[in-house]
Write a protein that binds this ligand. Structure first.
Ligand SMILES: NC(=O)c1ccc[n+]([C@@H]2O[C@H](COP(=O)([O-])OP(=O)(O)OC[C@H]3O[C@@H](n4cnc5c(N)ncnc54)[C@H](OP(=O)(O)O)[C@@H]3O)[C@@H](O)[C@H]2O)c1
Length: 327
């Protein structure tokens, strides 16, 4: 791929697609080329706002556009698998919103298609590319925190009247899949795969989880994690090691800063994101495309599959079953 602009196609024009496009417009070599909605009028309106050259009234038409380099899938979780696979089979590189799928089996199928078609494929796990989280990860790799023994992270905000997407099991509703993936991600990034998982949840009438608390038990460490649509929690995360601890400041998954506390000395680090922070994952996609890679080393296919496998284990603990799990 040359140094020409990378042409993006945006699929599913809701809340996150707007936010992502605002950040894409900050990247010099990115072009919001085409957008697709289930409705032509909505697509045209979105294209006008984000200055896209083309708008389509179906996702299929966008997948078939030969001029698009990479497709961003921003639909409800339940359609991530089908749409990502369609796009890759039409020859497009793909970044798909989190969670990659409803379960680990579907995530594996998606990854297999990336390998078959030789198309770049990444879960849009933007927190992995957050400058504070990236720097703390580097520090932990260099041993600055000593052995990490304890992680605490939550992601809970009160939703008084949850929209369908958040509670409908058919659409992959529930707190665990929507926001629980963030604390589980943090623990996975710093500690890897746990030996044992305990979890407990409360549920909406629909069967989707309203709040879920999780303990991940590692050989020499523990993580205490929480997610929900129930209360306005602190949304700070603490990573504690034998030589000190880091606090990722509120809202930790998109944080602009962190503190390192060692021997009761506190150092504060300001690490502003580019835009809201979605720009960093898009820049990673550009780099991978220009390097001819089909996956990111920072958030690899295996990382996404491991995260889904962990979520599957939590689902099993709390008895959460989606229609897709029974297929
Ligand atoms: N990375 C993040 O920070 C972040 C934040 C929020 C959400 N997300 C993820 O992004 C995805 C979308 O979330 P969102 O908050 O943007 O949702 P949203 O506002 O409801 O938008 C989703 C869009 O998907 C399309 N869609 C296709 N099939 C649909 C269906 N059956 N029901 C409803 N919409 C359907 C619609 O676009 P058209 O009408 O244009 O076809 C809709 O506007 C989710 O997987 C979520 O986990 C990520």
């Amino acid at each position: 791929m040359t140094q020409e602009k990378i042409k993006w196609g945006i699929v599913g024009l809701g809340n996150i697609a707007h936010q992502f496009c605002k950040d894409l417009s900050l990247i010099q070599d990115a072009e919001i080329y085409a957008v697709a909605s289930r409705g032509k009028v909505k697509a045209h309106h979105f294209a006008t706002i984000h200055k896209a050259s083309k708008s389509y009234g179906s996702y299929k038409e966008l997948f078939e556009d030969p001029d698009i380099d990479i497709v961003y899938i921003a639909t409800p979780h339940s359609s991530h698998k089908e749409l990502s696979i369609q796009a890759m089979k039409e020859g497009k590189h793909v970044i798909c919103e989190k969670p990659l799928a409803i379960n680990g089996k579907d995530a594996q199928e998606m990854v297999a298609v990336s390998k078959e078609t030789n198309r770049f494929f990444m879960e849009a796990f933007w927190s992995r590319f957050n400058p504070s989280i990236e720097e703390v990860y580097q520090k932990s790799q260099e041993g600055e925190l000593g052995d990490i023994k304890y992680i605490h992270a939550d992601f809970d905000f009160h939703v008084s009247e949850p929209v369908k997407r958040l509670i409908d099991l058919e659409l992959g509703g529930g707190a665990l899949l929507d926001v629980g993936v963030y604390p589980v991600f943090l623990s996975y990034l710093f500690l890897g795969m746990p030996e044992k998982i305990q979890a407990s949840a409360t549920f909406y009438e629909s069967g989707a989880d309203e709040q879920t608390s999780i303990i991940l038990q590692y050989t020499n460490a523990q993580a205490i994690l929480h997610c929900g649509f129930a209360s306005n929690s602190g949304m700070e995360a603490t990573i504690s090691g034998t030589k000190g601890r880091v606090v990722l400041n509120r809202m930790w998954h998109e944080t602009q800063s962190y503190s390192l506390i060692q021997n009761e000395n506190k150092q504060d680090f300001s690490r502003p994101t580019l835009g809201k922070g979605y720009a960093h994952e898009a820049i990673e996609c550009h780099q991978c495309l220009r390097d001819g890679k089909i996956e990111s080393e920072k958030w690899s296919h295996q990382d996404s599959m491991n995260l889904m496998a962990l979520v599957d284990r939590v689902k099993k603990e709390i008895g959460l079953v989606y229609p897709q799990d029974e297929e």
